[in-house]
Design a protein around this ligand. Structure first.
Ligand SMILES: Cc1cc2nc3c(=O)[nH]c(=O)nc-3n(C[C@H](O)[C@H](O)[C@H](O)COP(=O)(O)OP(=O)(O)OC[C@H]3O[C@@H](n4cnc5c(N)ncnc54)[C@H](O)[C@@H]3O)c2cc1C
Length: 412
């Protein structure tokens, strides 16, 4: 039975979800104050990684934080004014870093992300943008064997869940990515991974196709939600009220502003990250590379080479601190000495991050006709299409091909 479904959020998660629902014949309206793909889904590193099943917090996380925070070129920053507010979230993160919990999280994420390429395929084919997706694999380059050995656990967790990982020596790294030079002692090649050549164009192309297929996209800010005895009745927007029947929250790092109205308190932080994109044609790469010493990905986008990384906790509303992007610029000069930054562009985005690195996918806890798909943190591009497909299955009464229990909103 086709339903009338409204989605708040036109990022990759909202648009992929809308696309799958429209394929099922539902009437779909997406509401966003910005054009599709112009918030966090705009400028990520583009990595599609079926193997990214390892949570952000691993055993021993606490011992690493002081080192990261005291290093001005380090990957982590917490604004003092935000620290107290975010403290409960950090405590949950530490709780989630226990070995037994880490294993459970990896068990939950792997089947979801394993579907990444397969779940995007019908959407990009239909939108005629299959060229945006490349399954080249990616290379990880460690400067020393000692650094590689310190990272043994995350690679073990991936291998135990069937992720293909090939170890490379200096010559192997040079063969895969000659542009990296010979300053790296140990490398890894993950052949099943890949990337999107332009994440913004991907979201926009799927959104355009959705509209051609009869879906609606309304550019409005949602200010409030009117709730009746049977669930949500209307969205209160800056352009008047909009009646709703079934509602899905895909509002990225703002999603908890809405779930709270439905009685679902969700620990969600805007984990801010940055990118710098270089148009210098003298450095191109055959595939993305990950540099663990900086915790950055460098990805060959269609608009140039993009370095992306950094984790900054300052709240949703704080102004960007482009000093964090300057850190990325310094690192880029170390990785590719002499790369021209003449036309380099800088960007900040807000990862919708849950303390246990698991998104929320599934029904609201109390109200009927309300569903959630948000909180994908570092893996929202990978997880967008699989999450959208799972939610469409759920709404259609089909059994999702992924177990959604670990992603339930009531887990906290
Ligand atoms: C530097 C960086 C690198 C990253 N690299 C990768 C990567 O390589 N691979 C990967 O898988 N993921 C990566 N990510 C994470 C990924 O980008 C996010 O998880 C993903 O974009 C989240 O998508 P989303 O649709 O949930 O949220 P968003 O793209 O943030 O979309 C949410 C939408 O909700 C709208 N909205 C919010 N509030 C309202 C309101 N009141 N009214 C109307 N609309 C509203 C916003 O305008 C926005 O358009 C990276 C993130 C960053 C910052």
């Amino acid at each position: 039975m086709p339903k009338n479904i409204t989605i708040i959020g036109a990022g990759i998660v909202g648009i992929a979800t809308a696309s799958y629902l429209r394929r099922d014949g539902h009437e779909v309206t997406v509401v966003d104050m910005r054009p599709p793909g112009e918030y966090t889904s705009f400028g990520n590193a583009g990595i599609l990684s079926p193997g990214s099943c390892v949570p952000q917090a691993l055993p021993g996380v606490l011992s690493k934080v002081p080192g990261y925070l005291s290093d001005p070129l380090g990957p982590l920053a917490i604004r003092p004014a935000h620290f107290i507010k975010a403290l409960p979230w950090f405590l949950r993160l530490v709780l989630a870093s226990r070995r037994s919990r880490v294993e459970q999280i990896a068990d939950a994420l792997r089947p979801l992300l394993q579907q990444t390429f397969e779940a995007y395929a019908p959407l990009v084919e239909h939108a005629k943008v299959s060229d945006l997706i490349r399954q080249t694999g990616y290379t990880v380059a460690y400067s020393s064997r000692a650094a590689f050995e310190r990272d043994a656990l995350p690679w073990q967790l991936r291998r135990e869940r069937g992720v293909l990982i090939e170890e490379l020596d200096r010559d192997g790294i040079a063969e895969k990515v000659p542009q990296l030079g010979n300053g790296y002692e140990v490398g890894l090649f993950l052949p099943e991974q890949g990337f999107v050549r332009n994440p913004e164009r991907l979201t926009k192309a799927l959104a355009t196709r959705l509209q051609q297929d009869g879906g609606r996209i309304l550019q409005r800010k949602v200010l409030d939600i009117e709730i009746g005895p049977d669930g949500p009745r209307a969205l209160v927007t800056d352009a008047g009220n909009l009646a709703v029947e079934t509602l899905i929250i895909c509002a990225g790092s703002h999603s908890n502003e809405f779930t709270a109205k439905f009685g679902d308190k969700v620990p969600l932080e805007a984990e801010r990250g940055y990118h710098v994109t270089y148009s210098d044609p003298s450095v191109t790469l055959p595939m993305p590379v990950f540099l663990p010493q900086y915790k950055v990905f460098v990805t060959p986008m269609e608009m140039g080479l993009r370095i992306a990384g950094q984790s900054e906790f300052a709240g949703n509303g704080a102004e960007p601190n482009y000093g964090r992007a300057d850190v990325l610029e310094k690192q880029m000069q170390q990785i590719f000495p002499g790369i021209s930054g003449v036309d380099a562009t800088k960007w900040m985005g807000r990862r919708p991050s849950m303390p246990d690195s698991l998104p929320v996918i599934g029904p609201a806890s109390r109200l009927p006709n309300v569903y959630y798909a948000f909180g994908h943190g570092h893996i929202g591009l990978c997880g967008g299409a699989p999450s959208g497909r799972a939610l469409a299955d759920l709404i259609a009464g089909r059994t999702p091909t992924v177990d959604l229990q670990p992603f339930r909103v009531t887990r906290f």
